[in-house]
Design a protein around this ligand. Structure first.
Ligand code: HEM
Length: 225
């Protein structure tokens, strides 16, 4: 494993694998969160959140793997950026920006850093309180005043225009990151065949559709609390 990470191709490959994993996580995270805008006053969202929040496999196996995946992706991203910069002490004579690469591909480190900042805020908002309730206070009931608490907690987070604004900006950066990242990850694992065009179209739909969906969720709760 450490041998694989010593070569530049190995690092790109490992980066792509962690990206696939995170893109899959994002899809399931979206699938659960979109139920919070269903016209059932949070009933479906509460049920799904309680299942995910109390299931042993999710909590003790998938959650630690996810946290490892998130940390690995960020650390590897910074390492790749640093190695790329030091390998190219003299800049390419023909690297004249927009002419031969996209803005997204040249600024992955900045869109990634913006997402990292969002994740810190997001963990303070949702994840740390969840860990505190369950693992420190030992309350696994999911209840507050006799009702499931998840939907109300989520609604409460989307009241402040500042926080909603920060979330929306972060989702725009997420779209920019995915617009390059989705196809780049497939290229790193060698997916360059007759399906590439279809994959590219699907990549664009995913990269714009998922962040746009998250924006809709945030704005929906902001305007409907
Ligand atoms: C409107 C959009 C979003 C909402 C309402 C939302 C909501 C939540 C909630 C309620 C949790 C706590 C789950 C729990 O531990 O019980 C959570 C965790 C988390 N969210 Fe989000 N999220 C949103 C967008 C995102 C985005 C775009 C990302 C990634 C870029 C993300 C990454 C994470 C991660 C990594 C966790 C911790 C993992 C876990 O659930 O165990 N979220 N989110």
């Amino acid at each position: 494993m450490s041998g694989l990470l010593k070569s530049s191709i190995g690092r790109k490959f490992a980066m792509a694998l962690s990206a696939f994993f995170l893109m899959f996580f994002l899809l399931q995270h979206f699938a659960i969160n979109i139920t919070s805008i269903f016209p059932d006053n949070g009933a479906t969202f509460n049920k799904l959140s309680h299942f995910m929040g109390t299931n042993g496999l999710v909590q003790y196996v998938m959650q630690p793997i996810l946290i490892f995946g998130v940390v690995f992706h960020f650390v590897m991203g910074f390492i790749l950026e640093m190695k790329n910069n030091s390998a190219r002490k003299v800049s390419y004579a023909k690297n004249n920006g927009a002419a031969n690469s996209t803005w997204m591909s040249r600024n992955m480190i900045y869109s990634g850093a913006a997402i990292l900042a969002f994740i810190v805020l997001h963990f303070i908002d949702f994840w740390f309180p969840e860990i505190n309730t369950k693992f420190i206070q030992g309350d696994w009931s999911g209840l507050h005043d006799g009702e499931f608490r998840y939907f109300h907690e989520l609604q409460h987070k989307f009241v402040s225009p500042l926080r909603v604004g920060a979330y929306v900006i972060a989702f725009v950066f997420l779209a920019l990151h995915l617009l390059h990242g989705f196809n780049s990850a497939f290229q790193s694992v060698g997916a360059n065949n007759k399906y590439t065009r279809g994959l590219k179209t699907f990549g664009k739909i995913y990269a714009i559709g998922i962040p746009a969906g998250f924006i809709i969720i945030a704005l929906f709760h902001f305007f409907n609390h």
